[in-house]
Design a protein around this ligand. Structure first.
Ligand code: FE2
Length: 356
């Protein structure tokens, strides 16, 4: 177990190095699949991440509404990831969140260090970089800022960036609007399984217990992007994840045996189905394996909000309605905390990709 503090990737990147430290170099078998992200984004052939238009999600016309729900359901079953457009979150709030996050990261590293987290002592909120937590000691090419944004009574305002001054109001408003969107999506996904509308919302903790955690990912320019990853391959543990980004490509999805690059869709929010919904739906909705590439030319920033069930209060297992005699449970009962532990254990000492 390597416990030493990792350096900030931003400092490493701005130091003028031409080759990256060996801890950031991916294993040989993984390097074969890492290409130039700008070239990859241009490719038009092959499967593409679906775009789901939510403008009809609340339509008065039952048939129109049904069509919209069917498309969302299909994307959640086939891909488990999609670009949401006409999602109802105001453009103004999204712009403010992006401007504020960018302004926070534009400050010198010393300024950001005032918000540093301390993972060893369990203080996970704040400014950080990945620690080498597996036997290979491999690191990711990113720094981040992580904090809980909803529900309000669970926030620790002492960790929220004080500068820029719009950070708090913009992020609080975004979190509130996103919480509403999460409810809508969960209802559609519930109906898609033949459940009552409010069922999945309830199963993941409802208004009081479902936690929205924001992670702003900052990927500096990388002198050897063909050797590194911004985020290594993983599936999200959340129920749902919503992602904004600064229109620099980076996200890749492992679909039907190939890495597919997500295009940058203007005014969209990327949404992932996470492991939690995959488990509750007994695998009918997919939590897709994905990773983040970096590049030489542009800093990439993304704003991920993970909607997560409480750690201990809920036992996650396939809902009875999702199983039949021929469809036995695919997942054993586990709390969210146990699920996290299980995944960490599976990853320890492994260099190869692991989906579950
Ligand atoms: Fe992810």
């Amino acid at each position: 177990m390597v416990t030493s503090e990792a350096p900030r990737v931003e400092s490493l990147a701005s130091s003028g190095i031409e080759s990256i430290p060996k801890e950031y170099v991916r294993p040989q078998e993984e390097l074969m699949s890492i290409g130039n992200i700008f070239e990859e984004e241009k490719k038009e052939e092959g499967p593409q991440v679906p775009t789901i238009d939510l403008k009809d999600i609340d339509s008065e016309d039952k048939e129109v509404r049904k069509r919209c729900c069917e498309e969302l359901k299909k994307a959640a079953m086939e891909w488990g990831v999609m670009h949401l457009v006409n999602h109802g979150i105001s453009d103004d709030v999204i712009d403010r969140v992006k401007v504020a996050g960018q302004a926070f990261f534009d400050q010198p590293v010393e300024e950001k260090e005032k918000y540093a987290n301390d993972q060893a002592s369990g203080k996970i909120q704040g400014y950080g970089s990945k620690l080498a937590n597996n036997a290979s000691g491999r690191l990711e090419w990113e720094d981040y800022f992580f904090h809980l944004v909803f529900p309000e009574d669970k926030r620790d305002m002492s960790i929220w960036p004080k500068s820029p001054s719009d950070y708090t109001p913009a992020t609080a408003e975004y979190a509130k609007q996103l919480r509403g969107l999460a409810t809508k999506i969960l209802s559609v996904l519930s109906l898609g399984l033949g459940l009552e509308e409010g069922r999945l919302e309830k199963e993941v903790g409802g208004m009081e217990e479902l936690m929205l955690q924001m992670k702003i990912n900052y990927y500096p320019k990388c002198p050897q992007p063909e050797l590194a990853l911004g985020v290594e391959a993983h599936t999200d543990i959340s129920a749902l994840t919503f992602i904004l980004h600064n229109m620099v490509p980076g996200l890749q999805l492992f679909y039907q045996g190939n890495w597919i690059t997500a295009k940058c869709v203007p005014n969209s929010i990327i949404m992932h189905i996470g492991d939690t919904i995959e488990i509750l739906s007994n695998g009918k909705y997919k939590s897709i394996l994905h990773r983040g590439l970096v590049n030489k030319e542009k800093v990439r920033i993304s704003w991920a909000v993970f909607c997560e069930p409480p750690k201990e209060k809920i036992i996650l297992k396939p809902l009875p309605e999702t199983m039949t005699e021929t469809e036995p449970p695919l997942f054993p009962p586990r709390t969210f905390a146990q699920h996290i532990q299980h995944k960490l254990f599976r990853e320890t000492g492994q260099d190869t990709l692991d989906t579950k």
